[in-house]
Design a protein around this ligand. Structure first.
Ligand SMILES: O=C(O)CNC(=O)[C@H](CS)NC(=O)CCC(=O)C(=O)O
Length: 270
């Protein structure tokens, strides 16, 4: 999807996608970072911050309830620790609309992108302090957001210490960094954790200053791409069935989790 600075318009898009997901027989829909709002500047972003029991979340809870589809909201502007900062929070809602869990993005994108924008996320956003995994009808989820993708130890811990089976990487990747690294990093995280990866993506032009790479992907634990959205300007869903028997075979034939423990012992790591 292409979020803009209009919460009504973005919610209407999410609603349409949730109905499509229900009609396709999906148990869960994964929406990207900023699915409810992308501001033109930091003040706008901070100004839409709300607690997770506020009216903006209530609409998404109604949507989950009315469609019967679990929702991952890949990045929601949650009221932060002070008036100048929000949390960039990934929220999981169940089919009754109840909030299952939430994860506050830890790694903030303070980067001057070569041939791209200068984004200083920490000016408007405070970091989270905790990794989160939870069960869902799709499998056990490891929650991350966007730039977290570049920090592989997060995924190692989610897979091997929290038991995650599906890594969620909802994103608003920049066009320049997405072209270079998006698919490469997502497939690497899938292969090295032997997990599925579901990466919902913002796509196309949000405003005069912001454009996202798009190319939402669903990847299996062998690194094979099992769902994708090729058109970086279109809004839509990719649908996949997750083959957990294939995952079990991959893990059995190449027991990375055990070998990681052995390696840690050799190296004297805790
Ligand atoms: O600013 C907002 O409204 C919401 N936040 C985002 O879009 C975030 C921070 S600017 N984007 C990323 O993390 C891109 C990472 C990326 O592109 C990379 O790792 O290469």
């Amino acid at each position: 999807m292409t979020s803009v600075g209009d919460q009504e318009a973005n919610f209407a898009t999410c609603q349409r996608l949730a109905v499509e997901a229900k009609e396709a027989g999906c148990c869960m829909l994964f929406l990207p970072e900023c699915c409810s709002f992308i501001g033109r500047n930091q003040q706008e972003t901070v100004s839409v911050g709300e607690p997770l029991n506020g009216p903006a979340m209530a609409r998404f809870q109604d949507l989950a309830r009315s469609t019967g589809v679990w929702l991952s909201l890949g990045g929601f502007q949650e009221t932060g620790p002070d008036p100048d900062h929000i949390y960039n929070t990934h929220v999981i809602l169940d089919a009754d609309g109840a909030l299952v869990t939430s994860y506050r993005k830890v790694h903030l994108f303070n980067v001057e992108v070569h041939n791209g924008p200068v984004l200083m996320e920490a000016r408007s956003t405070a970091p989270g302090t905790q990794l989160i995994a939870c069960d869902s009808p799709a499998g056990r989820l490891g929650l991350t957001v966007c730039y977290d993708l570049r920090f592989p130890e997060v995924y190692q811990r989610l897979a091997f210490e929290h038991g995650a089976e599906i890594m969620l990487v909802p994103s608003a990747f920049t066009k320049a960094t997405g072209e270079a690294h998006w698919e490469l990093l997502l497939r690497a995280r899938a292969v090295e954790t032997q997990c599925f990866v579901i990466a919902a993506a913002q796509a196309g032009k949000h405003n005069e200053k912001r454009e996202s790479y798009g190319h939402a992907l669903i990847i299996d634990p062998w690194g094979d791409i099992i769902g994708k959205l090729d058109d970086p300007h279109a809004t839509g869903i990719a649908v996949a069935d997750l083959d957990f028997a294939k995952m079990a075979k991959i893990r059995e034939r190449m027991p990375i989790k055990n070998h990681r423990e052995q390696g840690k012992t050799c190296l004297g790591w805790k």
